[in-house]
Design a protein around this ligand. Sequence first.
Ligand code: AGP
Length: 780
Amino acid sequence: MCGIFAYLNCGVPKTKKEIVEKLLVGLKRLEYRGYDSAGFAMDDNEKWCEDDDDDDDEEEGGDKKRHDAKKVIVCREVGKIANLEALARKELFGEDDDDENEVKASKSKSSNGRKKSSSSIKPLDFCASIAHTRWATHGPPNKINTHPHTSDSRENEFVVVHNGIITNHAPLRAMLERRGMKFETDTDTEVIPKLCKFLSDKFEESGEKDVTFRQLAMEVTRQLQGAYALVFKSTKYPGELVAAKRGSPLLMGISDDSGEVSCVIDGNLSDGAEEDVLLKKASGNKKRKSMTGGAAAAPAADADTTTTTTRITTTTTTTTNNPKVEFYFASDASAMVEHTKRVLVLEDDDVCHCHDGTYKIYKVEKQKHPHPGYTSGHDSPEYGLYKPVVLSKEVERTIETLEMEVESIMKGEFDHFMQKEIFEQPEAISSTMRGRLVLDVLGAAERVMLGGMSQFAATIRRSRRIILCGCGTSYNSAIAIRQLFEELTELPVTLELASDVLDRRCPFFRDDTCIFISQSGETADTLKALEYAKAKGALCVGIVNTVGSAISRATDCGVHINAGAEIGVASTKAYTCQIVAMVLVALSLSEDSRSKHTRRDDIMQGLLKLPGCVKECLKMDAILLELAQELKEEHSLLIFGRGFNYATALEGALKVKEVALVHSEGILAGEMKHGPLALVDKHMPIIVVCTNDGSYEKQQSVVQQLKARDGRLILIVSDDDTEMEKTAPDAVILRVPKVEDCLQAVVNIVPLQLLSYHLTVLRGHNCDQPRNLAKSVTVE
Ligand code: AGP
């Protein structure tokens, strides 16, 4: 939730217009993370505002450039990025509201309102800019609460964008208010720039004049509790950006001509001394216990199938001589990929400092107060002295190459991301299986190979039980797969909603295997449940879409679902791919079972046909549009399913309520007589999932009972079914391809996804950015 985008050009001249456009495009890519309000801050350098024919300026060194950046533009607006764009166009470039086209430099004027000619606008070699799109948590979504937040809104000496939650903001705010600082917003974030200003002033008063921006940011983050991804900018440190991360995702991107980048490493515990030791960056892959490779690197088959990112080692130089580098920070790769594919993922307690064409990453050391008598923060200093006290160590981080293509974050020929992602499912499912479902010479599926999990398969088989855990759609995929897990592993399988795990303090044990399912890999509830399970000693497995995400890094092993970027807030292709990935896991865990050989073989051959069956389902689009037209004025919709398709009912209902904003309930059909039947009359539309599997006869009886109560029925049946239309001749019948029972949920959800999509569009709602929601729920 909330999206951060930041940009620093070093020796690569950019005009104000170019930078604003870059920030706005970056924010648009992240808009799915939150769309309550948005804003940016950037240097308002004199070179942009005044005619300046003195070419000498261009030849002056970094110091001159630094001194130029005295003023900061802060631009904020409520609502979508388009609103911010309109405001920026008007206020920064003097364009009319109704000019929908590109920002035009020829019409631009200075911030004091004076019209400028394009020839007077000179690019700037160094400019630090930060931007943010907000999903409101503390304080309503109004302009004042919009990021960036500042140390004071007149001078904007320190400006900050933040993703996450500062849990101790109240005592920090009280402390700062006691020391005379005035707060302007309702946000938790505002304490951060205020703390920057407070500590910066105190350091100066104590004679600590050489505190670096990185040191200052570390002193500030030392005071913070909770979760954050932060990017700091300051007029005191022009041309510099500092980023810090704990608990919320943050990536850095690097773009330069040479493919190489400067990296300065001191490698020592530092108490603030900037003793730079220049080393060649050896960013070799460290062995990491995570689902990207387990304790050992994942075998090629699994690694090959990773379509989102791949890790490569890059050589870096130590050159600082006139570097031409652009640095980016973003909450996720989708905002980065059109600028650079070279990224590194910051880890918790990392602080990254970019300036003068170099970057350095430091890990904050957890320790007791190292300088008795000094303080850096809100505790009272014994002798009234303030000094940077945080110790840190410079660390290496692997530069990775994104394999994500720009097209994957564009809508292409589709009207909406949700529509695109529904239609991408056949290909996405194939990607999930690629290299994992191994074929024999005749093209039949022979076995399953999951490189990221193979080392842990025996441990999982010896587990006391398997716990499937996730939220929302990811939880529904767990429901869809539970029965197959029980059948193939013969272990008890329980389900846990991640948010409930901590509330109940679930009894997890060291001989449990906990499988955490998440599209984003960032969901705070799931991450907390994972930390809890780890603390209890359970083996933690991840089923995650986003490579490099917190959940994929924190789990012991796992499978990336490889569905490709999912931008629409409503999860569609991730759901079907999660089920397929977990079918593969269940198959791989049961490969030694002779008694299950035939069943396993049927499922594997069924998997091969699955993308084609989903494609068939997508041909029903026009029928679903017609049905949506019929249902668009309805206020409620019930969906009944059971067995493998209880999940279909829940997931279908979640889609309808989430995007179409229609009340909808997914109900276990076996529960119908225990209450929900009371809702049934001739007005209530009811969808019953009754494809041909072990529950078929029971579902037939459900349909009969609903018909007896005059229910308005829509039935999802197998394409060769002849009975259901006899049972309910008035029902709308939706025919879907028949597949292996445990795979049927993958097919059956497709008509419900299409229905909810069309309902949403017909009702005039935004399916990609539904009301009050955001894609990644990074708050508990
Ligand atoms: C799905 O349509 C929802 N947006 C939501 O329920 C989502 O599945 C849930 O928040 C979990 O997200 P995750 O898969 O990224 O962990």
